[in-house]
Design a protein around this ligand. Sequence first.
Ligand code: GDP
Length: 426
Amino acid sequence: MVRAIVGANWGDEGKGKITDMLAKESDIIVRFQGGSNAGHTIINNYGKFALHLLPSGVFYNHTTSIIGNGVALNIPYLIQEINSIVEKGVPKPRILVSDRAQVLMPYHVLFDTYEEARLAGKSFGSTKSGIAPFYADKYAKIGIQVSELFDEAVIREKVEQICETKNVLLEHLYHKPLLDAAELLDTCYQYRDMIEPYVCDVSSYLHEAIKEGKTILLEGQLGSLKDTDHGIYPMVTSSSTLAAYGAIGAGIPPYEIKDIITVVKAYSSAVGAGAFVSEIFGDEADELRRRGGDGGEFGATTGRPRRMGWFDAVASRYGCRIQGATEVAFTVLDVLGYLDEIPVCIGYEIDGEVTKEFPTTVKLEKAKPVLTTLPGWKCDIRGIRKYEELPENCRNYIEFVEKEIGVPITMVSNGPGRDDIIMREE
Ligand code: GDP
């Protein structure tokens, strides 16, 4: 049985927490896209962790953690992340890395940084982790696949080809130091030795696991609105954040993904630039940011303050639809307990017309939020484990959102910990 855990919004919905929780009953957890450019925050018996590349299932003894072919594999980063959790007392996790994953190279990070500087005020707000140059190279067919690291002739030729094209840009566009083929080759050999113990034909491994009836989780990074195709292009990430891509980025048949748990956040937050219709500012935003998530809404990778907004039903409905959500985990609801009234965005006004459909970016830039207000519940709901024990106004908020997004909310998360969850009975 394969389940995907993905985000309906701009990321930071709390997918890590839900994955960590569901990993308890799972055998295999797979990262299928993205890289170390975003993080998941997880709080469990071992402490608090910000994972960037490892799947959020690495904390259990019984799970296998997989880096699928769709991931941007930063090898030293992965090794460092493994060491950092082991140092905190987590048993050494079982990790497999796809032989078809591609390697994020140091020059990808450089190109990301140079390009952001060149674009200056028009930049994409990249985390400068090298993700966009990495995926650009992958599709331009000058990327380095893990398997290629193990063939000296192939890797030598690849490195020369890479230096040839990259150095033209470095010299004439960026005016920066050139790449040295010998040095690059040496890096590749180091990476080969570091990754060797983990390399696996992941697609074939998962094929067998599915046959044996194993429980597999696909863990998405970021959310629907950051998807390259269906998100707020061009302020998107460079890989698909959708459950559908889980099949490609892990190497399994699409029809095996039976359950798509889409994580929806009880209010909105986003990092980086881009249209954000229900955004709030000033003291109102500061207060929500300070109270949000676990100890404030700041990026897990960059520490950047997140932009804040009210729940956006238009974006979330679209986000769920494009993921193919079969159920929703509704998160960080506890944070809203301080509000007398809770504004919710239920429509977009574009050129004088109100719509409930999430538009393309050009139109989105012109959208103004149509808000309604729901009464708050004015108390702390952490610690509650039964849906019926939630305050009435809190249940009304959940049920209002459920109606708006059109997908059953089966889990309500009311705190950052593993046990802060309300499973809703049918
Ligand atoms: P992810 O990338 O989707 O996994 O999300 P992040 O980990 O970046 O951000 C979610 C933040 O919210 C983290 O700090 C979590 O510890 C925290 N969190 C998750 N669920 C809840 C919840 O229900 N309540 C509260 N207060 N915090 C939560």
